[in-house]
Ligand binder design. Structure first.
Ligand code: ATR
Length: 273
């Protein structure tokens, strides 16, 4: 078997080994996938050791995605602007290549699994940290009518909008604080980590209508705090990030193995765990 792993800190709760094991048996690919906890000050060393020992590919998760991006000799186009990488592998010349499949995972889950039309949609995305930066490029590539970045610290939203201005095309790309938007959006995506502190961004309920699709990049067994807020304020369709998790994994698997696994059965399996 060929060796793959996810590296993070902490890592024990990662679902990636489970997801990739199912992908492997489903596709018949000789993939063995483990979890590695790197010391907080030892990410680069951990990566180098893994590939020195013949490892084929790594997923990278919190808090190492930016370091993975920096460590790489080469970056895929879609990873370049993301400033973070979740997928590493060696190319034919033995160079370390970084990619970022998070944005593709989000877009795939929204548009394919949930049938949400992103082209010409008015999208609001909440947050301006690494998670949001990682998905802006793939979202803009879907050519929404508008993409509004709202963040607690408005300056960070402004900086992200400026960074992606050259990828906006015909999309109206803008930034603001949480209190500014007050009209319904077609799609509202929560990319903040507010719920980790049990917080809710102070938003106007007017951003939600019965036609709004609400997507929380977080996932949990119960309805997430953010999605519950949306339901309480008139949303009918709320989706959490489990599908994104499986889709980003499938895209990494495709990069490494050249085969794209089927994701729906895996999403359903995890949902019923
Ligand atoms: P991540 O990789 O999850 O994006 P991050 O880069 O630290 O992590 O970014 C966290 C995001 O969640 C930021 O947009 C942050 O807002 P600020 O830029 O103002 O810090 C947002 N966030 C974190 N805690 C929050 C809270 N309690 N309420 C609202 N937004 C919060």
């Amino acid at each position: 078997n060929e060796l793959y792993a996810v590296v993070g800190h902490p890592i024990s709760h990662s679902k990636s080994p489970r997801i990739h094991s199912v992908f492997a048996s489903q596709t018949g690919e000789p993939v063995e996938y483990t979890a590695i906890q790197a010391p907080l000050d030892g990410f680069a060393e951990t990566v180098h050791r893994f590939f020195r020992k013949g490892g084929k590919g790594l997923n990278v998760t919190v808090p190492f995605k930016e370091q993975a991006w920096q460590l790489a000799d080469q970056r895929a186009d879609r990873a370049e602007k993301a400033g973070a990488a979740n997928t590493l592998y060696l190319n034919d010349q033995g160079l370390l290549v970084a990619d970022n499949t998070d944005g593709q995972g989000l877009v795939q889950d929204l548009s394919v699994n949930h049938g949400v039309q992103l082209k010409n949609a008015r999208i609001l995305i909440l947050g301006a940290g690494g998670a949001v930066r990682g998905v802006l490029g793939p979202l803009l590539a879907q050519e929404p009518a508008s993409l509004t970045i709202a963040n607690r610290t408005e300056a960070k939203a402004n900086a992200l909008a400026a960074l992606f201005a050259d990828e906006a095309g015909t999309t109206q790309l803008s930034a603001c604080g949480f209190d500014e938007p007050d009209q319904p959006f077609d799609v509202v995506i929560n990319g903040t980590s507010a719920s980790l502190q049990g917080d809710l961004p102070p938003l106007n309920a007017g951003i939600i209508s019965a036609d709004t699709v609400v997507y929380d990049m977080m996932y949990s067994l119960q309805t997430t705090t953010f999605n519950q807020w949306a339901l309480d304020n008139g949303a009918v369709r709320v989706v959490d990030g489990l599908g994104m998790l499986v889709e980003q994994a499938a895209e990494s698997f495709r990069i490494w193995r050249g085969v794209r696994p089927e994701t729906i059965p895996v999403i359903e399996m995890l949902r019923n765990d």
